[in-house]
Ligand binder design. Structure first.
Ligand code: CP
Ligand code: NVA
Length: 331
């Protein structure tokens, strides 16, 4: 059946059909190949403007939106956590109505998922969720582009370790459902996603042949996995007071060589980044001093091993965000 993503927002991949998700995934691959082949993607006469609003910090997502838009010949405005009226003197609803008149598309990173929904309801142009506390949909396309490049298929066994109910755990579960993958959330039960979301993922999985499972046993969870994925244990915006409890409850779920040893022979390690794998950061040093640890969700050895695809995955953010822009705005 024909479909058209023009004008559509990307708030979570739960709102998109499997066909739409697959279309953007394949478009990511095409746009990456084009760029590597030196094909110009700068469409003459492209007069589109986009704005990237980041109420939380970002390296990859911000850069990906900006470079993708520049490649396409678009203009970009960046609005950071300070320096605008958003949310302080002006509501998200009013901001949406203003920016919708200036821009063809809006990327938004913030805390409350409701904010990105309000933007989308009022802007009249596509809104791309650049991460909220609950979801990180643009990251999904980079992750499965990496998987597609590695295995040539997406119906792989995918083990997600750690805080499986954060924005990454939630989104990766939904994406696995679309991709026909066998998803295993490997975490203590209190870190599994909300039951309603699991139900939604299972409903998608029923149509695609995907499998959604959970385990609190790291070795059983990793057994024969093609992809082992993890994310930080404390996400942006969470209070410092949670560190102690997270370290206590999630230390058993660090991705280390013992975990990787039971995976499939061609398995890879993935992480959306930034990662706590050493102490070469301000937070890394603070945590090391306070808790006496030099890594959290992944050991430095696994992070730097030849199974690690984390930097390829990071590059793929740009190609896949470009595909999201092209698909929803058109050139
Ligand atoms: N993975 C990711 O979203 O990275 P940034 O926080 O740097 O954008
Ligand atoms: N769960 C992490 C993802 C960062 C890309 C966070 O929200 O901080």
């Amino acid at each position: 059946m024909a479909f058209n993503l023009h004008g559509k927002s990307l708030l979570t991949i739960r709102d998109w059909t499997t066909e739409e998700v697959k279309h953007v995934l394949l478009l990511s691959q095409t746009l990456k190949q084009q760029r590597y082949s030196g094909v110009s993607q700068n469409i003459e006469g492209n007069k589109k403007n986009i704005v990237v609003i980041m109420q939380k910090d970002s390296t990859r997502t911000r850069s990906a939106f900006e470079v993708a838009a520049f490649d396409l010949g678009m203009n970009v405005t960046y609005i950071g956590g300070t320096g605008s009226q958003i949310g302080k003197k002006e509501s998200i609803e009013d901001t949406a109505k203003v920016l919708g008149g200036f821009y063809d598309g809006i990327a938004f990173r913030g805390a409350d998922h409701k904010d990105v929904e309000t933007l989308s309801e009022n802007a009249g142009v596509p809104v791309w969720n650049a991460l909220t506390d609950d979801f990180h949909p643009t990251q999904m396309f980079a992750d499965y582009l990496t998987i597609l490049e590695e295995f040539g298929r997406t119906d792989i066994k995918f083990a997600f370790f750690g805080d499986a109910k954060n924005n990454m755990g939630n989104s990766l579960m939904l994406m696995a459902a679309h991709m026909g993958a066998h998803f295993v959330g490997v975490a203590p039960k209190e870190f599994w996603p909300d039951e309603k979301l699991i139900k939604d993922a299972k409903a998608i999985a029923k149509k695609t042949g995907a499998k959604i499972e959970f385990s609190d046993d790291p070795i059983k969870g990793a057994k024969d996995a093609d992809v082992v994925y993890t994310d930080v244990w404390v996400s942006m915006g969470e209070p410092d007071s949670v560190w102690k409890d997270r370290i206590k409850k999630l230390s058993k779920y660090t991705v280390d060589e013992k975990v990787m040893a039971v995976t499939s022979p061609k398995s890879i390690f993935m992480h959306c980044l930034p990662a706590f794998h050493d102490t070469n950061t301000i937070i890394g040093k603070e945590i090391s001093k306070k808790f006496g640890i030099d890594h959290m969700e992944v050991t430095d050895k696994v992070f730097r091993s030849n199974k690690s695809r984390v930097f390829k995955e990071a590059e793929n953010r740009m190609h896949s965000i470009k595909a999201i822009i092209v698909a929803t705005l058109g050139y």
